[in-house]
Design a protein around this ligand. Structure first.
Ligand code: AR6
Length: 314
């Protein structure tokens, strides 16, 4: 049996794709769909949809797919089949009877439905349209670890693990640490007390408690910036240790804040360079692992620091 919950993973990747707006990368979505395709990923599909193309076009209109009604006469009678990642996604629209189906079986429907243009995943929410062309691209896609940038708080990113910029006590503090503890509730502090602290450069994991968009919180302790050359090693170690811990906990996605760049005063450009190099190094050391990593830039300047490193100068 598959250990990965691809449907949940896909929902998370889609949330982040929308959240990241122009900075969003489609790589995490493609990684999950391709891995899911090869590992019996399940979708929820309305019962009548695969049975009757005619009924479907009717139900599509009933379901108010305004964007699917094309004025182009060539497109008349063409339709998309809605797919859902979870019962919660189904319930966001009109009531409909549904069944579970593997992605591979769903795709095979296209062979004998020439008017079907493809699928719309989660039509009532953060949707993605999978045309035949997109599905061909996914078939050819080779999953590998990915890096994406999000201009926003790590607290609102959807990931199996979100990383906290903690201190050695692991008992909470200001900045993102305080925000995570407030959002996760008092059980998090109880769990942290049991960890017995953590040295600088290290990381320890707990559950996410009341934070719904993650399963784990990885508490990483960054260095207080001193200008000493050991700062860089400690900061890199935070990222590498967090990824290692996420991987050992079977995570496929991890969201990082800019560790040490707030209260601990690490200069943004240096921290961006060190964190990027550390994550890329971890990817190189684990060529067979697929990890979708999100750098969450709470401040615009944090994103600018990464952009300087990742975009060509004009
Ligand atoms: N929401 C989202 N992101 C935030 C928030 C917030 N409320 N506040 C800061 N960030 P910092 P550090 C981002 O200062 O430098 C704590 O007291 C910020 O933009 O939280 O590692 C701990 O207990 C930056 O990207 O952590 C430690 O004692 C990132 O979070 C100490 O601060 C880290 O900034 C750790 O300092």
């Amino acid at each position: 049996m598959s250990q990965k919950n691809y449907a949940k993973e896909l929902e998370r990747a889609l949330e982040n794709w929308y959240f990241a707006k122009d900075n969003g990368s489609i790589a995490p979505v493609f990684n999950i769909l391709k891995m899911g395709l090869e590992d019996d990923m399940q979708f929820i599909i309305p019962v009548h949809t695969p049975e009757s193309a005619e009924e479907l076009s009717g139900s599509v209109q009933e379901m108010k797919f305004k964007e699917l009604e094309s004025s182009d006469p060539k497109m008349r009678g063409k339709y998309f089949i809605p797919l859902f990642t979870s019962p919660k996604q189904v319930d966001k629209g009109e009531e409909t009877a549904v069944v579970n189906c593997t992605l591979r079986d769903i795709i095979s429907v296209l062979e004998y439905r020439p008017n079907c243009l493809g699928f719309i995943v989660n039509p009532w929410d953060k949707k993605i349209i999978l045309t035949k062309e997109t599905l061909d691209m996914i078939e050819k896609h080779e999953p590998k670890s990915s890096l994406s940038f999000i201009n926003g708080s790590v607290l609102y990113v959807y990931a199996d693990a979100i990383v906290n910029a903690a201190n050695e006590s692991l008992l909470g503090g200001g900045g993102i640490d305080g925000a995570i503890h407030r959002a996760a509730g008092p059980m998090l502090l109880e769990a942290c007390k049991a960890l017995g602290g953590c040295p600088t450069g290290g990381a320890k994991a707990t559950g996410a408690y009341e934070i719904q968009n993650a399963d784990f919180i990885i508490h990483a302790v960054g260095p207080k910036y001193s200008g000493d050359e050991k700062d860089a090693n400690l900061l890199a170690a935070c990222y590498m240790n967090s990824l290692e811990l996420a991987w050992k906990n079977n995570c496929m996605s991890v969201a990082f804040p800019g560790i040490s760049t707030g209260v601990y005063g690490y200069p943004l450009d240096e921290a961006a360079r060190i964190s990027l190099a550390a994550v890329v190094r971890w990817f190189e050391l684990h060529p067979d692992v697929v990890m979708n990593v999100y750098f969450c830039c709470f401040r615009e300047e944090e994103l600018d620091a990464y952009k300087k490193l990742t975009q060509k100068s004009e």
